[in-house]
Design a protein around this ligand. Structure first.
Ligand code: ADP
Ligand code: MG
Ligand code: MG
Length: 356
């Protein structure tokens, strides 16, 4: 279907007049197809959900709407100050529509906002982390069990390790022999999974599970936080994982597929900003033990994503989109370099958590 026919179908379903109708890509998401549908008077974000990643899109929308309702309630009593990404129903009251077998939804467009792909500086990292902290704090009394596991075992390291071992044994594309160093390195880190499995006094929480900087919106005028977006992977989890994913995606000055491994390092000022920004809104709800568990998250997330890149490489690149045959291996090496640098600076970085 061409863009203009698609725009017409979407506008009919979501009740926009077709006068001056335009449909253009927006943002830089890697999972769904996100577009801005606008006419002279109105604008909507429309999103085609990736059903390879999310085989049950109805459950994804249901999860996001439950959170939306909870946050709306919190905002009404002044307990949540950020804007809320609200779903827009069709003329017949549905939140998910089918266009030629593909699933589309519509979200209110947050005007006057922009998203960043790369953290510019510590101040910006603190603003982003603080927004994710406000989001977590507003959900601390939301029953996480209401959320359907749209991707089961998403942050389950033991399960990721089991899959990794399975792919090594299968060696379907004959890459195992050339990856002995990386594989041995991974085996040496497996005690991280025991640490995660044996956590005590760290509660399961409603988590965002994708706390990258491009999953929040900044205000164009004030550069303050405007909204936390992309609730696709909201599921029960640990705050340490949301913290760890911020560390993973914000702290290195290099992109996650950079091969300049000597430059892949944890920037201490950014780490400190993330600790400060994320922990502040959580202060009324978090115990010392849970806060100190963030250190485990800072190690687990880079390692686990590295392990998943390597697993996908050994499996013939079925999951992550690649631009060249070595892409997943390079990403894995990059994440392991970041993990190593984090471990190397344990005393300083852990100290930042202990000081709070
Ligand atoms: P994905 O799941 O593919 O990452 P996102 O929901 O994160 O998709 O959206 C991709 C990008 O689209 C965001 O980084 C942001 O730039 C933009 N975007 C998404 N939703 C909105 C919205 N409601 N208002 C304004 N921009 C949005
Ligand atoms: Mg996103
Ligand atoms: Mg997403």
């Amino acid at each position: 279907m061409n863009t203009s026919a698609l725009a017409t179908q979407l506008s009919e379903q979501f009740g926009l007049s077709t006068e001056g109708l335009k449909l253009n890509p927006i943002g830089n998401g890697h999972i769904n197809t996100t577009m801005l549908l606008r006419n002279k008077a109105q604008a909507l974000v429309v999103q085609k959900l990736n059903t390879d990643v999310f085989p049950e899109p109805e459950q994804l929308v249901n999860n996001a709407r439950l959170i939306e309702q909870h946050l709306t309630h919190k905002a009404a009593s002044d307990q949540y100050q950020l804007e809320i990404i609200k779903h827009v129903p069709t003329q017949s009251g549905d939140y998910l529509i089918d266009i030629q077998g593909e699933k589309w939804r519509a979200l209110e467009f947050i005007r006057g906002s922009y998203s960043e792909e790369v953290v510019q500086n510590a101040a910006q990292a603190e603003i982003a982390a603080n927004a994710f902290g406000q989001f977590a704090a507003a959900l601390q009394d939301f029953d996480a069990e209401q959320l359907y596991p749209v991707i089961p075992n998403f942050h389950n390291l033991s399960m990721r390790i089991a899959t990794f071992k399975h792919k090594i044994a299968a060696d379907v594309v004959g890459r195992v022999a050339a990856c002995q160093n990386e594989i041995a390195f991974c085996f040496d880190q497996f005690s991280l999974a025991d640490e995660l499995d044996n956590l005590t006094n760290v509660p399961l929480r409603p988590c965002h599970n994708d706390t990258k900087i491009n999953n929040m919106l900044f205000c164009k005028n004030t550069e303050s936080a405007k909204a936390v977006i992309d609730l696709d992977t909201c599921m029960p989890g640990y705050w340490l994982c949301d913290f760890g994913d911020m560390v993973r995606t914000c702290c290195s000055p290099e992109a996650e597929d950079s091969t300049a491994l000597e430059q892949v390092k944890v920037r201490h000022d950014i780490f400190h900003a993330l600790v400060k920004g994320y922990a502040k809104p959580l202060t009324p709800f978090i115990t010392e033990q849970e806060l100190l568990s963030f250190w485990l998250g800072a190690k687990v997330l880079p390692f686990m994503i590295g392990l998943r890149f390597l697993t996908d490489y050994l499996d013939g690149d079925n999951y992550f989109a690649i631009k060249h045959p070595e892409h997943n291996l390079q990403r894995a090496r990059n994440q392991f370099a970041l993990y190593r640098d984090i471990v190397r600076h344990e005393q300083t970085l852990k100290g930042m958590l202990e000081q709070l």
